[in-house]
Design a protein around this ligand. Structure first.
Ligand SMILES: [Mn+2]
Length: 358
């Protein structure tokens, strides 16, 4: 197992690469979508949360991430003594109609194929995605964590319908007609995922890129009047079986899985790690379950994180762990302190379980 850090778009610079290295990381997972563009309710400094207007504007539909751009970022990361393990998330601007089954779907599937080919050419092994119409919506912030640290949680579901022009909690069309996005059925959503996997998995196989699916966060059957795909642990199996391939794998978010109303988190970790389906792991802790849970410090929630690490080691998981989210700590650099605390804990955990690369 290897230790990594996730960085948002505005953090892709030498200072943050040094910070990761100083915390003992060998790998990075990076976001290229800018979640903090033009939103008053969603400011950089923490993970994106926002209100029911979402995270702001999606990117440029005509600017796909190029090989040159990806190779340049990888080169800078390598120069800092780190490996680039994964890119996390497609931009809604590049695939809104794949999620919505809209008129630009065929062109946008080609967009995604181009991006995966570019990622493979740049030598980046994993691409994480979240096949979700509402996206990561409906969460709140408060002084929920130990000592009054600011953390994210949920206090009741959000089923206010999505306005037209919005998907994946971002706005892709500011000029959309008034009205709301019609609710899909769960069967329609699974069919859309099948179309996506049938198109992308062969390209990923040829490009040497592993596609890694994140479960729905928060994991409720519906959010914003839209169905969710993976809101119980066994639904990950349905996703795997829909398109069997070593390149159809999981962005295994222990926090989200622990928020689900069913399943024993240790059995869930065992089941999927035994199958070798974990591309990389979001390892964070949480107290409670949907629709009422709170994110916690890594040593302070319902999950025995060391026990999870022992199961991963027993099943020979050899990929990257990242903290995903952490509470904001009271100091001049709340995000950095939270991440350094989580990374120190994970690094000690890796040594404790006898992980040779910890
Ligand atoms: Mn996650």
């Amino acid at each position: 197992m290897k230790l990594g850090l996730g960085l948002y778009r505005h953090q892709l610079n030498a200072e943050h690469y040094r910070f990761a290295k100083q915390c003992g990381c060998t790998h990075l997972v990076i976001h290229l979508v800018d979640y903090f563009r033009s939103s008053r309710s969603n400011q950089p400094g923490d993970q994106p949360v926002g209100d029911d207007t979402g995270w702001g504007l999606a990117g440029d539909p005509n600017q796909l991430w190029t090989y040159e751009e990806l190779a340049a970022i990888k080169k800078e990361i390598n120069a800092a003594g780190l490996e680039l393990e994964a890119i996390e998330n497609f931009d809604p601007a590049h695939w809104h109609d794949v999620l919505l089954d809209g008129p630009k779907k065929l062109q946008q599937l080609e967009n995604l194929k181009t991006i995966i080919r570019n990622v493979g050419q740049a030598g980046i092994p994993v691409f994480g995605y979240n096949f979700s119409i509402a996206g990561v919506a409906g969460r709140i912030k408060g002084r929920f964590a130990r000592g009054g640290a600011e953390a994210v949680g949920m206090d009741g579901p959000l089923d206010k319908p999505l306005p037209n022009g919005m998907v994946w909690n971002m706005v892709y069309d500011r000029n959309a007609a008034p009205g709301v996005v019609p609710s899909a059925t769960p069967e329609q959503l699974w069919q859309r995922l099948k179309v996506f996997l049938d198109a992308l998995v062969p390209v990923a196989e040829a490009a040497g890129v592993t596609l890694a699916a994140h479960p729905d966060d928060p994991p409720l059957p519906t959010v914003r009047a839209q169905p969710r795909l993976v809101y119980q642990p066994q639904l990950f199996q349905k996703l795997i079986d829909l398109k069997p391939s070593p390149r159809n794998a999981l962005e295994f978010c222990v926090g989200t899985l622990a928020e689900m109303s069913e399943g024993d988190i240790y059995d869930v970790v065992d089941t999927y790690s035994q199958q070798g389906k974990l591309a990389y792991v979001h390892l964070r802790n949480v107290r409670g379950k949907v629709p009422s849970y709170k994110e916690t410090f890594i040593d302070d929630g319902d999950v025995d994180v060391l026990r999870v690490m022992r199961i991963l080691k027993r099943n020979n998981f050899n990929g990257v762990l990242i903290p995903d989210h952490a509470p904001q700590m009271s100091c001049a650099a709340p995000w950095h302190a939270g991440m350094a605390y989580a990374l120190g804990y994970l690094r000690a955990g890796l040594k404790t379980i006898g992980n040779e690369q910890g």
